[in-house]
Design a binder for this molecule. Structure first.
Ligand code: SF4
Length: 164
């Protein structure tokens, strides 16, 4: 199974969501949150250069000479976005493109606008490789882990699937 940035993100956010998404059980088009995120992204991207770059299956929100930029509408799960972006840096590095990562959380007001910078370095790269191995093994299971019953479930596109 081909790993993507979204799969890496979901593995950190919720392993059950990761398995369901990777096995093509995708209810995200029904989610108001996902629609809002997409619209915000389109508004923010309008008229900019270097938006939404696609390279062999990698789809990044923006790439400059120095950075891969990942735009998110909320900073609810920074850790998941961090590993998603490190995965992009890793794939790009294999293609000879060395970049740093920058996360921009775009729905916050200007005073609180938050950015996080990342690097694929001696510490994060081996951790990422271990994470990718773990994801490969997990996705070979014939069913996902049980639902987690956490606060984040309330806003999840899989809520109805998991609980109703
Ligand atoms: S509803 Fe909860 S358990 Fe189910 S996929 Fe979403 S976050 Fe995971």
């Amino acid at each position: 199974m081909r790993i993507t940035g979204t799969i890496v993100n979901y593995y950190i956010h919720c392993k059950r969501q990761c398995w369901l998404f990777a096995h093509k059980m995708n209810f995200e088009d029904d989610s108001e949150d996902v629609r809002t995120g997409r619209i915000l992204h389109e508004i923010r991207s309008e008229g900019r250069n270097n938006t939404e770059i696609q390279i062999e299956g990698i789809k990044v929100d923006k790439m400059t000479e120095e950075y891969v930029v990942e735009l998110k509408k909320s900073d609810a799960d920074v850790e998941a976005t961090k590993w998603q972006t490190l995965y992009y840096l890793y794939i790009l590095k294999q293609k000879g493109l060395d970049r740093k990562g920058r996360l921009e959380f775009i729905e916050r007001n200007k005073q609180n606008h938050r950015t996080v910078e990342l690097e694929l370095d001696k510490r994060t790269e081996p951790e990422l490789i271990r994470l990718l191995d773990d994801i490969e093994v997990y996705l070979q299971q014939d069913k996902p882990v049980p639902a987690i019953y956490a606060k984040k479930c309330e806003r999840c596109a899989y809520y109805a699937y998991c609980y109703i």
